[in-house]
Design a protein around this ligand. Sequence first.
Ligand code: FAD
Length: 422
Amino acid sequence: NFLKFFSDLRLSTSASGRSVSVMSRPQYHVAIVGAGLGGLAASIGIAKAGHKVTILEQAPVLGERDQGDINQDAQVGAGIQIPPNSSRILKRWGILDKIEAVSIRPVDFVLRSYKGTLLSKQNMVPYAEERYGVPYLHIHRADYHAILVEEAQKAGVTMQLNSAVTGIDFDAPAVHIKDKPDFHADVVIGADGLKSACREALLGKPDPPHFTGDLAYRITVRRDDMMQIPELRELADKPVITYWFGPDSHVVCYLLQRGGLYNIVLACPDDLPETVNTAKADIDEMHDIFKDWDPVLRKLLGLVKETSKWRLQNSEEMKTWAHPGGKSVLLGDACHSTLPYLAQGAAMAVEDGAVLGALMERIETKEQLRDVLIMYEKIRKERTTRVVKGSTAAREIFHLNDGDRQQERDRQLLEEEPFEGY
Ligand code: FAD
């Protein structure tokens, strides 16, 4: 069933957590490479498990940047969805209230055809909360990142900035840092995103990300400006996640609390030059791509003054995320980057961190570290592979061209029947 497939992947749960005594267990010094959402989540999980954590981050200041961001000063496309599998973990860590205070709780999840026809409406409040016991949220990335940084620091995590990791000596283990002495720890966790130096060190060869064939325009407009336009008032007024499915493209929109902003992502075929992963977009070109779409969406895009386009990339599934020496492992986009079409990339990274923390909480003897890293991979890999494949499969469903399959998809969504075409 398409709706079930979609909602289960987006909403399903994982990542257990229980408290056990930390007395008499070995304490490790864990180096985490990368202070993205994944690295921070891992640092919280592992510090709460009683270990010492240092994050090595290449940026000179802490803040949310993006995968593959070639312009480090760019203000990154604003919104991120926090599905219940993440909010459950945030609740366990005692930070859900803080997150919720700066988030929006969507009441409905709406799917439309690119012409504007309503295909499906799924209730989020109370549905998602009754089913999963925790909310579905949207938040500004900077707010999410800042709360995780604050929480990591409260848990005793040290942040070493200006530390671009160039390689790992897996035996020591030690982390090589550009223009700085090596950093020694007991365990090294590579959470350095899509273009991961840690992944390349583990593979022992360059492993640049792959083009997926799609790019995203990442846009925010002001909610107040939308309120001035009668056709946009409903979108601006009601916290709803709206998707439009169209030929080779789709659009996702939702409100953000910060700055009264409305977040828009336009996903469409990649036309960036091969050497560039992000670029300032031509607004006329953007209008041209969506010229036959829902008049409401076109009105919305009429408010866009400037935007940029981002190549969507991922990487080949790895045979293993762990170094055989048992002292290093990868997490997040570094080992399972995905198309963002199920809104699960960061959620998977947060789950990775929670699982690592929960397992490291159970280490009773020094010899168990290697087993724990292997177990972490065993628990996580199948699930993250399913999400990566599911996101690619979602692309095919979202982007169907007009024709029999698209009509069948729309009919089944309208009638809430199983989607046989998938
Ligand atoms: P990153 O966020 O890439 O962080 C890596 C960190 O490592 C950065 O701080 C970087 O500076 C640092 N670093 C990199 N190299 C080095 C080095 N050599 N040395 C030291 N530090 C280094 N996910 C969701 O869950 N929900 C959504 O709604 C969602 N929407 C998305 C929309 C779009 C358009 C895109 C592109 C992605 C979306 N995602 C979403 C996915 C999500 O953004 C990523 O999966 C997530 O940010 C990955 O986190 P990470 O910590 O693994 O990597």
